[in-house]
Write a protein that binds this ligand. Structure first.
Ligand SMILES: [Zn+2]
Length: 109
């Protein structure tokens, strides 16, 4: 019985960490609440920044791969130098800019 409890605890922590939550915090929750913590971590939405409805399909535009054109508001690849929809010139945003990749700098004419 103890081993089952520990297995659930570990499973809870692994499930939590794979969802962007604290491994050790949920290890603790798992120790206290057992299977209820596991249910809780499965119910709670993932804290990862990915859009919830979209999996890692490269053809689906996400903030990781695409940005909005400042002129036509269409999605273009984030490192595109020219908008494929309206043809305006673009400056790729820095890859480090995690917070606001949807915002896009337009190059000077
Ligand atoms: Zn455009």
């Amino acid at each position: 019985m103890v081993y089952i409890w520990l297995a659930f605890t570990l499973l809870t922590a692994v499930a939590a960490s794979s969802r962007g939550r604290s491994f050790f915090l949920w290890l603790l929750f798992g120790l206290i609440f057992g299977i209820f913590a596991l249910i809780l971590v499965l119910i709670l939405p993932s804290q990862k920044r990915d859009l919830p409805s979209q999996k890692h399909d490269p053809s689906v535009p996400t903030p990781e791969t695409h940005v909005r054109c400042p002129d036509c508001q269409e999605l273009v690849l984030w490192d595109a130098r020219k908008c494929k929809h309206c043809g305006c010139r673009l400056i790729p945003p820095p890859r480090e800019a995690k917070t606001d990749r949807w915002a896009f700098l337009k190059s000077k004419p």
